[in-house]
Structures are given as C-alpha cells and as structure tokens.
Design a protein around this ligand. Structure first.
Ligand code: BG6
Ligand code: MG
Length: 222
C-alpha cells in the first residue's frame, strides 16, 4: 500500500500515563514536594531522563548526577510493578478496531514511542505481534519533539515521510510528526493538540472511511 501509519503507544494504544504518574508521584513524595496530574501533562511524550529533569524542576530540587541515575532506576522499577500487571483489557477503546481496519485495508503500521518499555507493554496487552516494526526509546538518540523516532518509523514502513500518518496524544509528538512532514493526528484534547492536522478525542471517533480518503487521494494526502 502507498500509505502507512505510525502509532505512539502511551496515551494512544494504552493508558499508561496513569502508571507513569503514580511512579513519578512516589518519587516526588520521597523528595517531599507535590506532584499533580496537571504537572504530569508536561511529562507526556517526553523521555525518561527528560521527565526526571522536569519533575526536579517542579520541586525546585537540585541533586547529583549519581542520585539522578538512582532515581531513574527506582522510578522505572515502580513503573514496571504496574506494567507487569497489565493485560489486554487495558487497551484503549477503539485501538484494536482501528488496527483491524488497517489490516483489512492492507495498510502497514509501526510503533513510534519514546518508551524503553514499549515492547514489554505491547507484549502484556498481546499486541506486539501485530506491528510491522517497533521504534522505541531504545532505538533513538533524540527524543520527541525531534522527528527522529518517526523518520526511522517511515524507513521501517519503506515509505516517504509524507505518506505516513501519525497518531499522537502529546504536544511533543505532534510537533515531531509535523517536523517530519507527516500527517499528524491528535488524539485527545483539541485545544492542547491544536498543531495537529486532524483531531479526535479518542480512537473510537475515527470515521469508518477515514483512510480510504488518503488512499484515493493518491499523492496529495496532506
Ligand atoms: C512516553 C511517555 O511514551 O514514554 C512518557 O509519554 C515517558 O511519559 C516516556 O516518560 C519514556 O517511557 P519509559 O517507559 O522509557 O520510562
Ligand atoms: Mg503518548
């Protein structure tokens, strides 16, 4: 097929943001400052290291490089406690149906996530085998909003960037997709994701014939 799809994972396929929040909150509690759900928005789509820096900024805490490494390990340990209990029931509404639609249309799809835990999460929810390729936090050197993760995704799809459609729930992710010259689809609050080419509140809102339009428009999909 002449178009392909790149999916973000956290917040698009699965609702892992709540587990990231709980794990970061544990750390904030330990360091003695408040960390709210609103603060957590700033961490979405952002790499683990960068998330820690933002968190420490919120608490106005300065610590040694050694301590940082220690906290990165303990945060991920807490996060993994939640992740390893996940099952297919935690796939977000509309996600599986969307993958089925793409399969029916013969449209290839890969994952483009900032998370180093992406393969594990996909395995937990039994979706790993469905993706043609996985680009995750282990395979990129530059985090979103840098387009690297999606450009590698396009290579895996064997398609030029302008033939790729990206599903994202984070501002940094929409920015990355736009920089890569891909079609960006914001999943979530339209006001927050106002730079996206298309917006939906969640994946159940994607119209049934959404992709056919891109297929028939041939070269002019943007
Ligand atoms: C992104 C999340 O998908 O992955 C971020 O939106 C998270 O909140 C990032 O920090 C890195 O995840 P991990 O699993 O490698 O710590
Ligand atoms: Mg996300």
């Amino acid at each position: 097929n002449n178009i392909g799809v790149i999916f973000d994972l956290d917040g698009v396929i699965v609702d892992t943001a709540k587990y990231h929040f709980l794990a970061w909150k544990n750390l904030a509690d330990e360091l003695g400052f408040e960390f709210t759900e609103t603060h957590n928005e700033l961490l979405k789509g952002v790499s683990r290291v960068r998330s820690l820096e933002i968190l420490l900024g919120i608490g106005n805490v300065t610590i040694s490089e050694e301590k940082k490494q220690k906290y990165l390990v303990s945060k991920n340990k807490d996060y993994l406690d939640y992740i390893t209990k996940m099952g297919p029931e935690e796939i977000l509404p509309g996600a599986e149906k969307l993958l089925n639609t793409l399969d029916d249309l013969g449209i290839k799809y890969v994952l483009g996530s900032a998370s180093k835990n992406a393969p594990l999460i996909l395995k937990q929810v039994n979706l790993l085998h469905r993706f043609l390729g996985i680009v995750d936090g282990n395979s990129v050197s530059k985090a979103k909003p840098d387009p690297e993760v999606f450009l590698i995704g396009a290579k895996k799809l064997n398609l030029p960037p302008e033939k790729c459609i990206v599903f994202e729930d984070a501002i940094a992710g929409i920015e990355a997709a736009n920089k890569a010259n891909m079609i960006s689809i914001g999943v979530g609050d339209k006001k927050t994701l106002n730079k996206a080419n298309y917006n939906f509140n969640n994946l159940t809102e994607i119209p049934e014939h959404f992709f056919e339009k891109f297929l028939s428009e041939n070269n002019k999909i943007k």
